[in-house]
Write a protein that binds this ligand. Structure first.
Ligand code: SF4
Ligand code: SF4
Length: 435
């Protein structure tokens, strides 16, 4: 037996003579004595230990065969996937005037019409197969709640269709939170709303500067009021966009949330991301700064680790480190713009050459335009980070190069941060268990 190709091992001074071993493929972590690691290499591992380590994906019989099997990993995921996930941009309008919003020139009174919504409903019905068990829509904007009636229209149709097929329909919103009144949440929950991701850019003073209402005035207090009114009805996740000057003040927001009674049991997740530098005229949803992206700049790596620690140490939940292929590679994942154009990632909305057809004409082949499978090369297959990276984020590559011809290598980021992130996950999981 051999150590898997997809293992990172760190010194574990807490237990002298031991290593912290993390499988990037299984997101499994364990502390192994040096002698155990040596006995793997020398073939003298006990049968019981061999079984445990094999089950956890830490050891494998053949390193080359493991690399080959990775080639089929995403195809396998796609074949087993029983859920359909559709990101829908309902409009390009907003009642906020965020200073970093690069929907910029594209923004305005552009809304999905009922005709396009009908095409969307037909599209989802057509993609539904005998193996589909769930349909989930993530509604984006602009501000999706400016299209509340359309959310209801689409959700009525989807809920009844899914019900007839014995499947489940759910949806979530990525919203600025200002229009999420209790009666709105009640109405939408009855139609399948599960969660709302709301952006708070740090404590009130900073947030109000970055995310004012279009008509003027800060939006912080209105959002907090709405979160308090609705957090018992739907899962509220909090996101936030920081920059180099203000990230150290984000823990003040966490303290404020706690003080206001928005304790970890009331908030489903907290995650802060850096404000993205986007090209002028970029039409992708402003709040689309998702877990998939990472940036290799040193200050950002340090800021990310620091803020994650501050979130976890107050008991809030934040995404764990785990294998995550890019959404572009997932067959049952679609992005629909308000005008009915299809894409594979919200980051590419409005970018010429990245359309993948339309609701009217159906999907076109996107493997060449999005360079799917770019990670199927010797360097990536031999890289211990492959399951966490799969060639990185195509949107980041596009921002860097203006095309998606090469990989967005996460090695510098993962070299600098993985140990700290894995340690955070063990420490805070252990504390949670001890409570
Ligand atoms: S291209 Fe980047 S942002 Fe888009 S789905 Fe893939 S990883 Fe996420
Ligand atoms: S892009 Fe870089 S980090 Fe990602 S799998 Fe390839 S070599 Fe590894």
């Amino acid at each position: 037996m051999h150590l898997s190709n997809y293992i990172k091992s760190f010194n574990y001074d807490e237990k002298p003579g031991s290593h912290l071993v993390y499988s990037t493929k299984r997101a499994a972590v364990l502390v192994l004595k040096k002698e155990i690691i040596e006995s793997i290499e020398s073939g003298t591992l006990s049968l019981a230990a061999e079984k445990t380590l094999s089950d956890l994906g830490i050891i494998i019989p053949d390193k080359e065969a493991e690399k080959k099997s990775m080639l089929g990993l995403i195809d396998g995921l796609n074949a087993r996937d029983t859920g359909m996930n559709v990101t829908v941009v309902l409009n390009m309008d907003c009642n906020f005037a965020c200073v970093y919003c690069y929907e910029g020139e594209m923004k305005g009174r552009l809304y999905m019409t009922e005709d396009i919504a009908d095409l969307l409903i037909d599209f989802i019905k057509e993609k539904f197969t005998d193996t589909t068990k769930s349909i989930n829509i993530d509604f984006f904007g602009g501000e999706p709640l400016l299209s509340k009636d359309l959310i209801k229209y689409i959700s009525h149709a989807m809920k009844s269709f899914a019900g007839d097929k014995g499947a489940e329909y759910t949806f979530s919103l990525v919203s600025n939170g200002s229009l999420l009144k209790r009666e709105v949440a009640e109405e939408l929950k009855a139609l399948g709303m599960q969660g709302v991701k709301i952006t708070l850019d740090g404590p009130a003073e900073i947030h109000n500067k970055y995310r004012p209402f279009k008509k003027g005035g800060g939006s912080f207090d209105a959002i907090i009021r709405n979160i308090k009114e609705t957090c018992d009805l739907v899962k509220i996740g909090i996101g936030g966009n920081f920059d180099q000057e203000n990230y150290q003040r984000f823990p003040e927001l966490l303290d404020y949330l706690e003080k206001e009674g928005l304790t970890p049991d009331k908030i489903s997740q907290v995650k802060f991301d850096a404000v993205m530098k986007r090209p002028k005229g970029d039409a992708s949803p402003a709040d689309y700064v998702d877990g998939c992206m990472s940036i290799n700049e040193p200050w950002l790596i340090a800021a990310g680790i620091y803020l994650r620690e501050e979130i976890l140490k107050r008991g809030y939940s934040t995404p764990r480190i785990m294998p995550m292929p890019c959404q572009v590679e997932l067959k049952n994942s679609y992005v629909v713009h308000f005008d009915g154009t299809l894409y594979k990632c919200p980051g590419f909305i409005g970018k010429k050459g990245f359309e993948t057809g339309s609701l009217r004409e159906g999907m076109t082949d996107y493997s060449a335009s999005y360079k799917t499978g770019i990670w199927k090369n010797d360097e990536c297959l031999g890289c211990e980070y492959l399951p966490l990276c799969f060639g990185g984020c195509k949107y980041m590559t596009y921002i860097r190069d203006g095309n998606v011809e090469s990989i967005d290598c996460k090695k510098p980021y993962l070299d600098a941060s993985l140990e700290a992130l894995v340690r955070q996950d063990i420490n805070y999981r252990r504390q949670a268990r001890a409570k």
